[in-house]
Design a protein around this ligand. Structure first.
Ligand code: NAP
Ligand code: ZN
Ligand code: ZN
Length: 352
């Protein structure tokens, strides 16, 4: 079936209207009419080919909330009319060790991402949520808990799970001291989730002026990372630091702020760090630098259920799809409060 979306045709051009084919639903598929789609910094990285592996045209979007339009004959978990979510993955091998453990994001055969990925079933390219509808294998469709605002819930599908997964892995709870580097989409979800888990929460930010928002979002303390005195004042403090910075940066100044056996978890930047890591910063204090990549399907459902129980959604600025290029420019200036979410009704309003 022909679908409309917004695509980038090159690394330098704007995203523009684009017609493409969605596959006819298979027995195990769910067809979802998209209501809202969050705008992740990964969408920008890939639209602009920052990693060097983008296939054009690219239809980004992996924070998808929509209504189920129809389901295949083998689907029992969903029915037409249900509110459903789709995150960063739409398929995986389902038989390797990580898949069997619920870590589909680290599938040995490579998971199929929601966009810019090869569809393992038919070899086509996947197109994401900046579009009217999506067809997804039921195992990768999430149930949305009742009572959450659908626009605010969309970013849970990536920003939420990407920050929840490391908090969960390192057993963050009431006795934990957690810090978050960068107050953007991931950062603000990390503040909210760490706070809801009972931790004492600190924000590291480059940007003076975000303090008031940070306190409202769940921070107990704010540290301006460019102020050496403020950095010294938190030496030896944190059990877990979630680093959401999207570009190359020096992690060394953060290492002395970790407590004994504390861990700095990279979730933002995926490329080579330009400033070598000082081994002394990890050797002393038995500290660690680790990383975390989105989260598996069962863990994503667990995070959504936690957010449903605690009334947690993202703070969003809703935009029509026609403003997506402007939103990318603002994201580059850290001018996001704190996630853009596209209202997909705007796609129809321009006759698309
Ligand atoms: P975002 O909304 O643009 O927020 C990033 C924040 O980082 C900014 O608000 C800013 O906060 C800080 N920052 C930006 N540029 C910086 C720089 N050059 N140096 C230091 N700090 C900087 O981005 P996002 O959507 O949260 O995504 C963050 C990163 O996570 C992206 O690279 C994205 O691709 C990646 N990501 C990874 C995963 C995963 O599975 N690991 C999943 C989703 C996204 P302050 O103004 O407070 O300093
Ligand atoms: Zn994302
Ligand atoms: Zn697998």
């Amino acid at each position: 079936m022909t679908e409309m979306g917004f695509a980038a045709q090159s690394a330098t051009g704007p995203l523009e209207q684009f017609a493409f084919e969605r596959r006819a639903p298979r027995p195990e598929d769910v067809v979802i009419d998209i209501l809202f789609c969050g705008v992740c910094h990964t969408d920008l990285h890939l639209a602009r080919n920052h990693g060097g592996f983008t296939t054009y045209p690219i239809v980004p979007g992996h924070e998808i909330i929509g209504r189920v339009r129809e389901v295949g004959t083998a689907v029992s978990r969903f029915k037409a009319g249900d509110l459903a979510g789709v995150g960063c993955m739409v398929d995986s091998c389902q038989h390797c060790k990580p898949c069997l453990q619920g870590w589909e994001q680290d599938c040995v055969e490579g998971s199929t991402y929601t966009y810019n990925s090869v569809d393992r079933q038919d070899g086509g390219v996947t197109y994401g949520g900046y579009s009217g509808s999506v067809v997804v294998r039921d195992k990768f469709v999430l149930s949305m808990p009742d009572g959450l605002d659908p626009a605010g819930a969309a970013p849970l599908l990536c920003a939420g799970i990407t920050t929840w997964s490391p908090l969960h892995r390192w057993n963050v709870g009431e006795d934990s001291k957690v810090a978050v580097i960068g107050l953007g989409g991931l950062g603000h979800m990390a503040l909210k989730l760490a706070k809801a888990l009972g931790a004492d929460v600190t924000l590291f930010t480059r940007s003076a002026g975000k303090e008031e928002d940070a306190f409202r979002l769940g921070a107990d303390h704010v540290v301006l990372s460019g102020e050496p005195e403020q950095m010294k004042a938190v030496a030896g403090r944190f059990d877990v630091i979630i680093d959401t910075v999207p570009y190359d940066h020096d992690v060394n100044p953060y290492m002395p702020t970790l407590a004994l056996e504390g861990v700095l978890v990279l979730v933002g930047y995926l490329g080579p760090l330009g400033t070598p890591v000082n081994a002394g910063g990890v050797v002393r204090g038995r500290r660690a630098i680790s990383g975390s990549f989105i989260g598996g399907v069962p863990e994503t459902q667990q995070m959504l259920d936690f957010c449903g129980a605690h009334g947690i959604v993202s703070d969003v600025e809703i935009i029509p799809i026609q403003k997506i290029n402007e939103a990318y420019e603002r994201m580059l200036k850290s001018d996001v409060k704190y996630r853009f979410v596209i209202d997909m009704a705007s796609l129809k309003s321009q006759g698309a």
